[in-house]
Design a protein around this ligand. Structure first.
Ligand code: SF4
Length: 422
């Protein structure tokens, strides 16, 4: 029985108890959220998670870290190391976006070793297999697209990004309303190519009931992908993006009816002044399904620092109601991230999430700030480290000081204002 069905019968699962405890909310709150579709717990029935994670309204903002090989850089060891570093840094979920090497083996290893939920974008594998057969992406076989989903479900994938909203209707909108830089979502661009070349409907959209059947069988959470997410500020909030969003809202309702958990994905690149409206629209058109945003990056001019541009957008988006932030690393737009990039990306996204949680009144968020500032005044460095978002970084920086600075830091030295009782 899937989680929605068991919640409807008020069955208390182990995962519901665990997440309620972690979130400091009642088990009833979680059950209610799952029943009405505002909360999801991504977990395949084939998997046992060391840490189950709930995503949705009223809960702590969660962070996902994307990993995965590319055709130009293939190392299972490096991806496993990145996964471990991401989880140690506090990632709540991992997505394996591999497109190079033996995708099945890479995923198997990640699923075996990852303590939190794992997501994928199955169309990547279908596209890679098609290219391996010396065919074009536009020749991708719809049966293969579904076989891959079933295969990944059987392996234990907990949530899947499926670009069901890239359909003939939204592709027409794209033709009528051309963009500055077109379609930047990898999965989205595969499907646009496929639809245009075959003059047929997107198989994921056309056979959505088949997709729901597989999702239901394994209790997979569908993350309805935003194939038309804006890839630059100039394309934000345009026709293709918003028409896709409206279709995703329909698909959320159909999934709920079948007892399938769903999230809606969001942009992308977006100027600061458009974020609030986008979150409100996505919540409204998405029937309050949990929102999973990539960033958004609030400017396009900072390659090398896009963990910062996305954290600015992520903080704002989450403060307006986004529930799940996909991290962006400093390597974005430049190269495949390394382990340090992954760590920096996770911490930046967690800072964004926590900043939002303070204003969303998420249980425990304000208290953490209250505690660290109390110990800052006391100049109790051990306690400050304990309540800091990155205790390892805290320790590393303090270790650079001489013993004479035990009581203060080198910023003001003997003029430390924390020592004054005013
Ligand atoms: S020395 Fe200055 S910066 Fe350092 S703790 Fe004291 S007041 Fe803060």
């Amino acid at each position: 029985m899937g989680l929605i069905d068991s919640a409807k019968k008020n069955i208390l699962t182990k995962e519901i108890s665990e997440v309620a405890d972690y979130e400091k909310v009642s088990e009833d709150t979680i059950i209610r959220g799952i029943k009405d579709g505002t909360v999801v717990i991504p977990k395949n029935i084939k998997r046992t998670l060391k840490r189950a994670v709930a995503v949705g309204q009223g809960l702590k903002t969660k962070v996902n870290a994307n990993l995965g090989t590319s055709p130009d850089h293939i190392s299972i060891e490096e991806e496993i190391e990145k996964m471990k570093i991401a989880v140690e840094a506090g990632a709540d979920a991992i997505m394996d976006l591999s497109t190079g090497g033996n995708l099945i083996e890479i995923r198997k290893e990640i699923l075996a070793q990852c303590p939190v939920c794992v997501g994928t974008v199955p169309v990547y594998q279908a596209a890679c297999q098609t290219v391996k057969q010396k065919k074009k992406i536009s020749q991708m076989d719809p049966e293969l697209m579904f076989d891959v989903i079933e295969e990944q479900a059987e392996q234990g994938v907990d949530f899947m990004t499926i670009h069901c909203g890239v359909n003939r209707e939204t592709v027409e909108v794209l033709k009528r309303q051309p963009r500055h830089i077109g379609v930047v979502s990898r999965g989205g661009s595969f499907l646009v190519k496929w639809i245009n070349a075959n003059n047929k409907e997107n198989p994921y959209y056309e056979q959505y009931d088949r997709l729901l059947k597989i999702a239901k069988k394994y209790d997979i959470t569908l993350s309805l992908g935003d194939g038309f997410r804006p890839g630059c500020s100039f394309d934000a909030s345009d026709g293709p993006q918003l028409s896709e969003l409206s279709i995703l809202g329909d698909l959320v309702l159909r999934a709920r009816k079948e007892g399938v958990q769903t999230m809606i994905e969001g942009p992308g690149h977006m100027p600061l002044d458009q974020i609030q409206a986008n979150v409100l629209l996505a919540k409204r058109l998405g029937h309050n399904a949990p929102l999973y945003f990539l960033g958004p990056l609030v400017t396009d001019i900072a390659p090398g620092y896009d963990h910062i541009t996305s954290a600015i957008g992520g903080a704002l988006a989450a403060s307006y109601g986004v529930d799940f932030i996909c991290y962006v690393t400093p390597a974005e737009h430049l190269r495949l991230p390394n382990a340090q990039d992954v760590r920096d990306g996770v911490i930046a996204a967690r800072i964004a999430g926590h900043s939002a949680d303070i204003v969303k009144n998420v249980a425990g968020a304000r208290q953490q700030d209250f505690e660290i500032s109390k110990w800052r005044k006391e100049r109790n460095w051990d306690k400050q480290r304990e309540f800091s978002i990155d205790p390892i970084k805290f320790e590393k920086e303090r270790a650079k000081l001489l013993p004479k600075h035990n009581d203060v830091c080198t910023m003001c030295g003997e003029f430390c204002s924390m020592k004054e009782e005013l």
